[in-house]
Design a protein around this ligand. Structure first.
Ligand code: OAD
Length: 235
């Protein structure tokens, strides 16, 4: 961490699929969302992978193709601009790299990254994917099938232990575009300091118990973030 970052106020963002919705990537739990079209158990669990790895690879290949074609939207770009004046960490549940491509420097992917594969035998063996497709027969260096480097339901979320201390130190904390349905990610809001400035940005973000004391902005992230960021940069 640089001296400049130590002196700056800390902003921590917890983002979810909604922040990428305006880039054309589907969310999970909308009526036309991914989990309405696919069974979670088939696609996003170790059991689904055991049962039909090709189905799982195809699902994530499609996600990868779409994510690579998508462009950062105004919300991603506004969040990147916060770094002019704040020490910003983005803790995202998203597996796309749109925060990075918008220019954010500290992005923590709680649920993995779509542009990485990993060994199905040794979780330490992670590889960058420079094309859109992982196929049956693509192997790690120890000879086991490559799987997407995505955290599935029923698997540990190792990054959560790094995320908690970052959240506790936030001067400003924003929840953007997540239904807060999936734990342990959603539980991060419980670690925010009581005196932090707190925002929840989501067109359907009203009435969430765990963000009841947040400043709720029930609008699309791409519509609201540029002005909100501008006002924070003037603080
Ligand atoms: P969800 O699909 O559960 O929630 C997306 C949220 O984004 C909803 O609350 C929407 O109202 C909101 N939203 C939609 N459009 C928006 C916009 N333009 N601006 C702001 N908000 C908008 O997605 P997540 O909460 O990200 O995990 O889902 C969490 C995890 O569940 C994902 O990481 C994924 C999924 O299963 C795994 O696959 C492991």
């Amino acid at each position: 961490m640089t001296t400049r970052e130590i002196q700056m106020k800390k902003i921590v963002i917890l983002s979810g699929a909604g922040v990428s919705a305006e880039s054309g990537l589907q969310t999970f739990r909308a009526s036309d969302g991914l989990w309405e079209q696919h069974k979670i158990t088939d696609i996003a669990t170790p059991q689904g992978w055991e049962k039909d790895p090709e189905l799982v690879l195809n699902f994530y290949n499609e996600r990868r193709k779409q994510a690579r074609a998508a462009m950062p939207n105004d919300a991603h770009k506004a969040l990147a601009a916060l770094e002019q004046q704040f020490d910003v960490t983005i803790i995202t549940q998203n597996v796309d790299d749109l925060h990075e491509r918008a220019g954010s420097s500290h992005v923590m992917h709680l649920h993995g990254e779509i542009n990485q594969s990993r060994s199905s035998m040794d979780p330490e063996l992670v590889y960058e994917i420079d094309h859109w497709e992982v196929r049956m027969g693509d192997l790690c260096e120890k000879g086991s099938q490559l799987r997407p480097n995505i955290v599935w339901f029923g698997e540990d979320v190792p990054m959560i232990n790094l995320a908690v201390p970052i959240v506790t130190k936030a001067d400003i904390f924003m929840v953007i575009g997540t239904s807060l349905n999936v734990y342990p990610a959603a539980g991060l809001v419980d670690f925010v300091a009581t005196d932090a400035q707190k925002y929840h940005i989501d067109p359907n973000g009203l009435n969430k118990e765990n963000t009841a004391d947040f400043h709720i902005i029930a609008k699309k992230a791409g519509e609201v973030m540029p002005a909100l960021v501008e006002s924070l940069l003037k603080q």
